[in-house]
Write a protein that binds this ligand. Structure first.
Ligand code: NAD
Length: 310
């Protein structure tokens, strides 16, 4: 199949690109490189360095005529969405809406949307949280991802475009940007490898569902190859507190210090984990990588990148 991956030079998108290529599909990438990097892409992949809001996107669709759109380009930080909610709406809502229109115009058959299970449900009382739990996001990022989901589902009903929403937990693994404001595993790992104490926002008891990036890429491959439609959580169902995550990473990095505690950040939910039984029933997907193993691979990758001894 020919798949256009937006955000394919970013963290999750680049792993999706790799999985698709390995399975023998043809891949084209659109990414304006605002947080992504060209080096994240395997050699030979065609990259259009364009903003998804750029009117030239229409020509990309006309020229490439993909069968599947894997939409990973996004403003992906809760903190930035609070500081600049309009930017978040432009990229995450209007950007998605524009892609939907190009898809219908050029006959794309399947639209797979990278959404968020971490930010869409809000302060859920059912944990692990199932897909049919009423979403009450508490950040512009969560609100806009939910809005984009609804556009996709409406578009599939209106125009017969196959629509899939994958609501990710906290994805971690190699190539996550440690300099950004999202991605606690990357930030903690890089900070401790540099011998500095990471900052925990809040009391350390906030919980998240950490899912390894290769498992997320595998879920993408399955829904594309099996033509699965619908809304699916992609996580592990396991809650891990920020303090426990810090302790695990500290041991793997070999850091001796304590973290610094800062005030909790607005927009961050207190607890979340995702019930992923629907994905397992619909397309046979299970998270394969235990947290310790995934973290250990991630630390090894950051070590090699930061020039440390393994
Ligand atoms: P990322 O920042 O590494 O990837 C986003 C990519 O999109 C980057 O390469 C960036 O350059 C590109 N991009 C951003 N705005 C663009 C625009 N207007 N036009 C073209 N390209 C643009 O972040 P990520 O963690 O890899 O996230 C990928 C997707 O997964 C996003 O949609 C995000 O909301 C979603 N997601 C991520 C997580 C996570 O834990 N990492 C959790 C839930 C959902």
């Amino acid at each position: 199949m020919k798949v256009l991956v937006t955000g394919g030079a970013g963290f999750v998108g680049s792993h999706v690109v790799e999985h698709l290529l390995r399975a023998g599909h043809e891949v084209v990438v659109v990414d304006d490189l605002r947080t992504g990097r060209r080096e994240n892409l395997p050699p030979g992949v065609r990259l259009y360095a364009l903003d998804i809001l750029d009117p030239r996107m229409g020509e990309v669709f006309e020229q490439e005529r993909p069968q599947v759109l894997s939409h990973h380009a996004a403003q992906a930080s809760v903190a930035i969405s609070l500081r600049d909610p309009e930017l978040d709406a432009r990229v995450n809502v209007v950007g998605t809406l524009k892609l939907l229109q190009y898809c219908v115009r050029t006959g794309v058959r399947h639209f797979v949307f990278a959404s968020t299970g971490g930010a869409i449900y809000g302060e859920a009382t059912a944990i692990p949280c199932p897909e049919d739990y009423p979403p009450r996001p508490i950040s512009p990022y969560g609100v806009h991802k939910l809005c984009a989901e609804h556009h996709l589902l409406a578009w599939s009903a209106l125009y017969g475009l196959r629509g899939t929403v994958l609501r990710y937990g906290n994805v971690y693994g190699p190539r996550q940007d440690p300099e950004g404001e999202a991605g606690v595993v990357a930030i903690f790992t890089a900070t401790m490898l540099r011998g500095r104490p990471p900052v925990i926002f809040g009391d350390g008891l906030h919980t998240r569902d950490y899912v390894y990036v290769e498992d997320v890429a595998e879920a993408n491959l399955r829904v594309i190859e099996q033509g699965v439609e619908g809304v699916y959580n992609i996580g592990t169902g396991v809650e891990t507190s920020t303090r426990d995550l810090f302790d695990l990473l500290r041991e793997l990095v070999g850091y001796r210090g304590e973290p610094v505690y800062g005030p909790p950040r607005p927009g961050d939910v207190r607890r979340i984990a995702l019930d992923c039984r629907r994905a397992s029933e619909a397309f046979g997907w299970h998270p394969r990588t235990p947290l310790r193993e995934g973290l250990s691979r991630t630390v090894a990758w950051f070590r090699s990148r930061l020039g440390e001894r393994p």
